[in-house]
Design a protein around this ligand. Structure first.
Ligand code: UDP
Length: 326
């Protein structure tokens, strides 16, 4: 049987863009997703889809028996920071216990390679910027802690069982497929760029700017926005390097963009005005978060982000926003 990769959570935002990229690169893919937050329409035609839940080992088993997987790309996680504070059990159960279930089925079926969605939220409050992989990890919410726990599990499983892993710590994922066939669709939506575009479309009354008194040039938070297709490409490169490399890799551009920069860029791209309202700071938002450029993503994976202009990233999100299918 042909060797195939399993994309767990492949109907979600970053997972679906990675499936599309892998398919275009000639990989044989299988998507598994519980469709709680994922979208069946986000999975490309011709890619086998299996409904499965990490909480239920019995739903994973038959998938591993049916296909001969060479590796797993694992995107299946809950990712609402605020909800992780009010309902930590949901996060530890799904993100931590669920991943342990996945690893146990992988071990049983002798699949020993995994590429994992981690996050810059594992670092917590920045001690310095730009942030490299050696930055201390002290997450400030259960979401970040759930991801850090799994990173630590990987290191132990690597030593004991020979697991090969890449934990990719994303900064702010943004944008949509160049052809607008898939894109970002969260319910509820909490991310800045889709909210700004929806405000511009008149679907929301305004965008609240969470904090205008930060110690940054324009008083609003600085973030590192990385295009989702660049993230997808990094997953493939990590997958292809797993025979020689296991470890942790930041994925960002190293470019800092403020909330006001995003709004200005969205107005430029769309030619329309975005209604804004200054609002208090959001709990847990550091003033600035951005990756150190030229780190292991470049030196080990051979990756370079292609989208360096925020207008180009927003243009793909805008095209998707105007043609969204889900
Ligand atoms: N933000 C904002 N208004 C919103 C949503 C987000 O001002 O309605 C700000 C938020 O404070 C942060 C940046 O936009 O500085 C990016 O937030 P997002 O939730 O998109 O990603 P995060 O950085 O939290 O992962």
């Amino acid at each position: 049987m042909e060797k195939t990769v399993l994309i767990m959570g492949g109907a979600g935002y970053i997972g679906s863009h990675t499936v599309k990229h892998l398919q275009e690169q000639g990989y044989s893919c299988v998507v598994a997703d519980n469709l709680v937050y994922g979208h069946r329409q986000a999975v490309p035609e011709g890619v086998p889809f299996e409904k499965a839940d990490l909480a239920d080992v019995a739903s994973l088993e038959p998938i591993f028996s049916k296909y001969d997987f060479s590796a797993v790309l694992h995107f299946a996680a809950y990712a609402y920071v605020g909800e992780s504070v009010t309902d930590p059990q949901k996060y530890y159960q799904n993100n931590v216990a669920g991943t342990l279930n996945l690893l146990s089925v992988m071990k049983k079926h002798h699949v020993n390679k995994i590429v994992f969605s981690s996050t810059c939220a594992t670092y917590g409050e920045p001690k310095y910027t730009p942030m490299d992989e050696k930055h201390p990890q002290n997450p400030i919410n259960p979401y970040g802690r759930s991801k850090l726990m799994i990173e630590q599990v990987f290191a132990d499983y690597a030593r004991a069982y020979g697991l090969k892993y890449a934990a990719l710590r994303y900064f702010n994922a943004a944008g949509a497929a160049q052809d607008a066939s898939i894109g970002e669709s969260h319910n509820p939506e909490t991310h800045l760029i889709p909210l700004v575009l929806q405000a511009i479309k008149g679907e929301r009354s305004c965008i609240k700017i969470f904090g205008t008194d930060y110690p940054t040039p324009d008083g609003t938070c600085l973030r590192d926005y990385i295009h989702v297709e660049d993230l997808a490409c990094a997953h493939r490169l990590a997958l292809e390097k797993l025979n020689d490399f296991s470890g942790y890799v930041n994925l960002g551009t190293g470019i800092k963009t403020s909330v006001k920069d995003i709004i200005a860029a969205a107005e430029k791209v769309t030619g329309k005005t975005c209604p804004v309202q200054p609002a208090p700071r959001r709990a847990g938002d550091p003033a600035e978060l951005y990756a150190a450029a030229h780190g292991p993503a470049e030196t080990v994976l051979g990756w370079k982000p292609r989208y360096l202009q925020i207008e180009d990233i927003i243009a793909t999100a805008w095209k998707w926003e105007q043609n969204r299918r889900y």
